[in-house]
Design a protein around this ligand. Structure first.
Ligand code: NAD
Length: 288
């Protein structure tokens, strides 16, 4: 059976390293790195995410600025807040929790964030930097997946990788990151004619679909490394996009929960620190 990739342990180590680097930053810059998180409305899942992000920020020795706005906040007021955070020197990272209420244009808000404070990496400028090989801020979840993959396979070059899903948040940046590592990358999606046929050839499978147990055991090449990004709330609790039977075939597999999930917040801490160092003109912390 597949080796379990312990994302929880990896994330704890990463957070500790970020904490050390944050202390170093504070000593040099004379202030702590700061992350502002903005939540509009009271979506329970989003509320939980925002709370754990705030806690992790404080635990890493960074300043946390939480902005909770009522659900009926107008787009203009939200953009005005983003402008204030862009101008605030104590703020190195700005994260607007998604989804936003329907009356607010998500794109208008996300493109307003200063790209150098865009710790979620969703701004088109950062997507463009990633696509063209310029240092920028990279979306947390796919960067966390690459960290787990490189821990297992330090050299991804030439490996066959299949990414299932093409969202701007996971699938597309995931494919871009694997390409940067010189993997041979195929992206499959809802219009792909034969997803299974592509997956069968893959050394690395990244599933970011949002469908419980989507990836079947007989699609997976024996020994392949499988990264399950899915977080699906079902009557049986949280389940991933990968059928548990895949563990019988794969060489290594991330569990849900405890795989990719914990990496996302750890990488958010990492991105905040990287943004802080760049803004302060300090060298990028080694090994992060
Ligand atoms: P999304 O809905 O934006 O994108 C899903 C993608 O799956 C789409 O590109 C679509 O083309 C593809 N797809 C849908 N049906 C398909 C099919 N039958 N065959 C092949 N492809 C198909 O979702 P997302 O934001 O990319 O998230 C994907 C999953 O990852 C969700 O379960 C989400 O909850 C989870 N997620 C987890 C984290 C984390 O921190 N671990 C972060 C973000 C998202």
């Amino acid at each position: 059976t597949a080796r379990t990739i312990d994302g929880k342990a990896f994330a704890a180590t990463l957070r500790a390293r970020v904490g050390d680097a944050a202390a170093d930053f504070t000593a040099r810059a004379g202030r702590k790195p700061g992350l502002a998180v903005v939540l509009v409305g009271e979506d329970p899942a989003s509320s939980v995410y925002v709370r754990s992000k705030g806690k992790a920020t404080l635990a890493a020795g960074m300043e946390s600025f939480e902005h909770r706005l009522p659900a009926d906040t107008g787009e203009d007021a939200l953009i005005a807040l983003v402008d204030r955070l862009n101008a605030d020197d104590a703020v190195d990272g700005i994260l607007v929790q998604l989804p936003l209420p329907r009356h607010i244009d998500e794109r208008a808000v996300l493109t307003r964030i200063d790209p150098d404070k865009d710790v979620d990496g969703f701004h088109p400028v950062n997507a463009g930097r990633l696509a063209t090989g310029i240092d920028g801020l990279v979306p947390c979840t796919p960067l966390g997946c690459v960290m787990l993959l490189k821990d297992l396979h330090p050299d991804l070059s030439g490996m066959e990788a299949v990414v299932i899903g093409r969202s701007n948040i996971v699938g597309k940046p995931m494919a871009a990151l694997l390409l940067k590592e010189s993997a041979t990358v195929t992206t499959v999606h809802s219009r792909t004619r034969d997803v299974a046929a592509h997956v069968r050839g893959a050394d690395i499978v990244v599933a970011a679909v949002g469908i419980p147990a989507f990836v079947k055991a007989d699609w997976v090449k024996p020994g392949a490394t499988v990264i399950d990004v899915g977080i699906n709330r079902t009557d049986d609790g949280l389940v991933g996009d990968v059928d548990p039977a895949v563990a019988e075939v794969a060489g290594a597999l991330t569990p849900v929960p405890g795989g990719v999930g914990p990496m996302t917040i750890a990488v958010l801490m990492r991105n905040t620190l990287v943004a802080a160092c760049r803004r302060a003109g300090l060298p990028a912390p080694a090994g992060l």
